[in-house]
Design a protein around this ligand. Structure first.
Ligand SMILES: [Zn+2]
Length: 193
């Protein structure tokens, strides 16, 4: 849901809040150099770039252009293989929550900490997914299922959940796609039972 909001320019950045007359200031609360648009906070702000510089090599080398985040995400989607795209999704979500923490008075977390957390969450998500596939699907259903696109102008959410009884955790992962199959967002979460 986070990426869906980002692509629809509906994250509550200062620029968007100022447009809705909620705040007067529209500048980035971290660098104070530019308006805080969705693209600025997630990609072009120096603080965001400090994080991207620590990510995997394919992400470090990317040069993306555009002012709308929808276009930035479209370029990521076209240029990156799926595992790196998943990593990018995790990092984007964590850059946003790091910014929120900072706005609410916490210290700006170190870029390395963000990358480590992104990789941990990704590993947890992948382990959960592979356990769901091997543990819950009967053998006769293990052939790959063809993804069916939703009707035009609709979105589709595919999801999986797994229970890890030894750690008392439930993991949930979901992916939202549009009718062209373009991935708009991923949701990955784990909860204590
Ligand atoms: Zn900034």
């Amino acid at each position: 849901m986070f990426l869906w909001k980002a692509c629809n320019d509906s994250l509550p950045t200062f620029k968007n809040l100022q447009k809705r007359k909620v705040t007067e200031d529209k500048m980035c609360p971290i660098c104070h150099l530019e308006e805080e648009s969705v693209t600025h906070v997630l990609w072009s702000c120096g603080a965001a770039q400090d994080v991207w510089c620590q990510a995997s090599r394919q992400l470090q080398k990317l040069s993306l252009e555009g002012t709308l985040f929808e276009s930035i995400w479209g370029q990521l989607y076209r240029k990156l293989p799926k595992p790196t795209l998943e990593e990018a999704g995790m990092i984007l979500r964590l850059i946003w929550s790091r910014r929120n923490d900072y706005v609410h008075g916490k210290e700006l977390r170190h870029p390395k900490e963000i990358i480590n957390k992104a990789h941990e969450d990704l590993q947890c998500f992948r382990e959960s997914n592979s356990k769901v596939l091997t543990a819950t699907l009967p053998a006769c259903h293990q052939s790959p299922q063809r993804w069916k696109k939703p009707p035009d102008d609709r979105y589709k959410m595919n999801w999986d959940a797994v229970v890890n009884t030894s750690k008392n955790l439930i993991g949930i992962g979901a992916i939202i796609s549009d009718y062209n199959g373009l991935v708009l967002g991923t949701i990955i979460s784990s909860l204590k039972l």
